[in-house]
Every structure is written in structure tokens, then in C-alpha cells.
Design a protein around this ligand. Structure first.
Ligand SMILES: COc1ccc([C@H]2[C@H](O)[C@H](O)[C@H](C)N2C)cc1
Length: 449
């Protein structure tokens, strides 16, 4: 390995209580809200085919007109308590809110910028009431913060001249001030979700990203910050030039998930997912494939089975309400979580041989392993192959009333489970009680007690 001043400062996952809590939450709600919700992917009768929150970069959108949208920001139907209750009913245990996206508009009245809600017709702080409402409902809050700031005169994607470097130097002070301000105003937040860190200006200044992270940890110990913030002194991002993860979890899983446990290299990780193919901010016209609740539930189950968190994104409208499809997804996911949440919260990698019918999730630190069945085989037989010295002592569905299952046992520590009901509308969860190093002959299934 090479000597790095600004590479990873820790090998392996964090072992403190704050990170263990993050690891137990598993299901998060991402919210992208800002001026981009006003055009909602359309402008003067034309449809923008990119992601709605990027409409400012569209050639058909005059940037001055976009930048003046703050004069229309007035979410008269914004009710943070409703937002928080809705998220609680979905079963989300943490929420990530865009305090400032790439366009630079701040949803809090920052004293370091005039481009904030304070200058809008709404005038009031959006973030504070949201943090309070979510915390009151037992949901942890993380603040999304874009380093890229298209509105700030000192932002540079790639400084070319000495004047650029002086301007960008001022910008770095501005970033540090805004982050310190967010921590001071909203002390209950658990971490930052950084974005917009791919440009040369940031990539070629690994020292600053390292010092910034240490500065934030100093004023707010225990902050959880993913791998998108840092670059090392050679411009490597997420993983330093020695291949070691920088930050507290791998944060690169955006609209994609790992396939198998080897893909996560033992790191904590989080996947963030849009319901349409690629829309984070509100887009009036949802085109392409819109994920169903079952698809999102399966992604959540897959993430949990691979020891990662899964965050579903929502893009509220400019008036502060959510579109029907998003309300429906939250309700349907919430109904499933009410019955099966025990398989998700505190869930992790089981270490059993993957089967086609779905995913195994081990309740952390126990011999309780959940089978989440997403694909019932036409045979109706659900095969369970256990590692050596592990036997199955009991099996039952999670639903009410629980349906006890007597597996068929084969001699090779292999079991076949059959489900009575055949027609499923959502994934079915079966709880397996196992015991290890039992010493009795492999595969003997003791009758349910
Ligand atoms: C260039 O590809 C991109 C760039 C930025 C993104 C941003 C989205 O606007 C959203 O905020 C997502 C979390 N982020 C990675 C997505 C894809």
C-alpha cells in the first residue's frame, strides 16, 4: 500500500453505538424538495427529459429564470407533522432531506447566503419544523448537502486561473460555515448525506475534504458521513488509493444494489432508490417504469439480506403535498412492514446458501433467520440448505395467525418447506429457528414445541 495523508483513517466498520443504531434502521425515506418542484420537469410547454432537479442545466431553461423561481416558493400546504406521520406509517426509521441541492437554494434561513427560504414568499425555515416533526415520531434525520452550488459566484467546477483559485478558496469557507450553521441550528441530526463531489475542484483537494470531515466530527462527535464526501490526495473517491473505504459507509449505491455479499467487501453500505427510473425532484410527468410497492419491498429485503440500508426517494410538489403514487407506495410498504418489519429492523446477512425463492435475513446476533419468499416455485417446495452443524428446529410464517410449517427433511441437512396458501400478493416471511453445533444427527427436525 502507498502512504496517504488523506486516505481512509479507519480500517473496518465503525463499532460505536451510533453506527450500530444506523445499521439497525434499514429503511429510510429520502426527500428531494426545492425550487425544481415548481417547474416539475416542464417549462413553457416543453418537457425536460432529464432528472427534474437538474432542469436548470437544460438548454431550454434560461438560468436567470430558474434562479428567480425563489420568488414563487410558497408551499402553502406544507405540513411537516403530516409528512412525519406518513413516513412513520411507512416504517421508515430515518429520513434524509435536501437542505441545499446543486442549484444552491437553501431550505433553511442561512446567514451566509441570501438565496434561501428567507427571501421567498414563504419566508420561514423549512428544515427546523421538519427535523422536529420527524424526531418527535422517532425518526432520525440526516441532512443532504450538495457541495456543488450553481448559484454561488465563487463556485468553480475546475479552477483555471489564480483568480479562480482565490474565489474557490472563499467558496470553501462558505461551505464550512454553512455546515457548521446546520449543525448548530439542528443539533439532533445524526449525519450528513453529501452529494455533488465529483468535480475537479473537489476531487483535487482531498486535503480539504479530509479536514472538513474532521472539523465536523470535532464539533459534533459521532456524525455519520458516507463515502461521497471524501477524496484522497490522489483524487480517489469513495475508496482511497489503497482501496480502503473513506467515510462511515459505502454511499455509491445510487439506483443500483449489490447482487451478492462479496460485492460489499464487508463494508456498511446504503442504497438509495427512485420510484421512477431517474427522478429525484418532483416531475409532473412520470414516464418509463414506475416501481411497484412489491418491487421496492423486494429491494429493501435484498438490501437487508446483504447487510445494507435501503432508502426510497420522494419528491414533494411545490405546494408541499405528495403525488398520489408516492402516497400509495408509502401506504402499501407500511402495511407490509406492520406485519413483517421484524424481519427488516436489526436484520443482516444470514450466511445461508441463496435460493431462488427469495432472501434470508438473520436477526442480528441470534439464531433466528427469516426467509422472505418473493418467488414461489411452481413445485410449491421451498428448499432450505443449511450449513454444516446448523439444524432447523422450528418454522412458522410471520403473519397472523402464524402458520406453523413442518419441513420435509433430507439427509443432507436440507429441508423442503411448503406453504398452504398459494396466492400471494406481497412477499411472505417465514421465521426459522435454527441451532448450531447441536451435536445431534444432522437434519433431525424436532417437532414444534
Ligand atoms: C450525473 O449523474 C447524476 C448526478 C447527480 C445525481 C444526484 C441527483 O440529483 C440526486 O440528488 C442524487 C441523490 N444525486 C446522486 C444523480 C445522477
Amino acid at each position: 500500500s502507498i502512504t496517504l495523508q488523506h486516505g481512509a483513517h479507519r480500517i473496518g466498520n465503525r463499532t460505536d453505538a451510533g453506527m450500530a443504531r444506523w445499521r439497525s434502521l434499514r429503511l429510510g425515506q429520502f426527500i428531494h424538495w426545492g425550487l425544481y418542484a415548481i417547474p416539475g420537469g416542464e417549462w413553457k410547454g416543453k418537457t425536460y427529459n432529464g432528472a427534474a432537479e437538474w432542469i436548470r442545466s437544460w438548454k431550454e431553461m434560461p438560468q436567470a429564470e430558474y434562479d428567480n423561481l425563489y420568488k414563487q416558493f410558497n408551499p402553502v400546504n406544507y405540513q411537516p407533522e403530516q409528512w412525519a406521520l406518513q413516513a412513520k406509517n411507512m416504517g421508515a426509521k430515518y429520513m434524509i432531506i435536501t437542505t441545499k441541492h446543486h442549484d444552491g437554494f437553501c431550505l433553511w434561513p442561512s446567514k451566509y447566503s441570501r438565496y434561501t427560504v428567507a427571501s421567498s414568499p414563504w419566508k420561514k425555515d423549512i428544515i427546523g419544523p421538519m427535523v422536529d416533526a420527524y424526531n418527535k415520531n422517532g425518526i432520525d434525520v440526516y441532512l443532504y448537502f450538495s457541495i456543488i452550488d450553481w448559484n454561488h459566484p465563487d463556485w468553480r467546477a475546475s479552477p483555471k486561473t489564480p483568480a479562480d483559485s482565490i474565489a474557490y478558496g472563499r467558496f470553501k469557507v462558505f461551505v464550512k460555515n454553512q455546515l457548521q450553521e446546520l449543525l448548530t441550528k439542528y443539533p439532533t441530526i445524526k449525519g450528513f448525506w453529501f452529494d455533488g463531489t465529483w468535480d475537479d475542484s473537489w476531487k483535487n483537494d482531498g486535503a480539504f475534504s479530509d479536514e472538513l470531515e474532521q472539523y465536523l466530527q470535532k464539533i459534533h462527535p459521532g456524525l455519520i458521513i458516507g463515502s461521497r464526501l471524501r477524496a484522497d490526495e490522489k483524487g480517489a473517491r469513495h475508496f482511497d488509493s489503497n482501496g480502503r473505504l473513506m467515510g462511515d459507509y459505502e454511499q455509491g449505491w445510487e439506483r443500483k444494489l449489490p447482487e451478492k455479499i462479496a460485492d460489499i467487501h464487508g463494508n456498511d453500505w446504503e442504497g438509495v432508490m427512485t420510484i421512477p427510473e431517474n427522478q429525484w425532484g418532483y416531475n409532473a410527468r412520470w414516464a418509463g417504469h414506475i416501481k411497484s410497492a412489491n418491487e421496492l419491498i423486494e429491494m429493501l429485503v435484498k438490501s437487508t439480506s446483504l447487510a445494507g440500508n435501503f432508502v426510497i426517494n420522494f419528491g414533494p410538489k411545490s405546494d408541499g403535498t405528495f403525488r398520489t403514487e408516492e402516497v400509495q407506495r408509502m401506504q402499501e410498504i407500511g402495511q407490509w412492514m406492520k406485519v413483517n418489519g421484524a424481519a427488516i429492523y436489526n436484520g443482516g446477512y444470514a450466511g445461508f446458501e441463496k435460493q431462488d425463492w427469495g432472501y434470508y435475513i438473520r436477526k442480528n446476533g441470534t439464531d433466528s433467520v427469516f426467509m422472505v419468499v418473493c418467488n414461489v416455485p411452481v413445485s410449491g417446495d421451498l428448499r432450505v440448505k443449511l450449513p454444516q452443524q446448523t439444524t432447523l428446529t422450528h418454522a412458522a410464517t410471520l403473519e397472523n395467525p402464524a402458520q406453523a410449517i413442518t419441513p420435509e427433511v433430507t439427509g443432507k441437512n436440507e429441508y423442503f418447506l411448503r406453504l398452504e396458501t398459494k396466492n400471494f400478493h406481497t412477499p411472505v416471511v417465514i421465521l426459522l429457528q435454527t441451532s448450531r453445533n447441536t451435536g445431534n444427527d444432522n437434519g433431525r427436525f424436532e417437532k414444534a414445541k
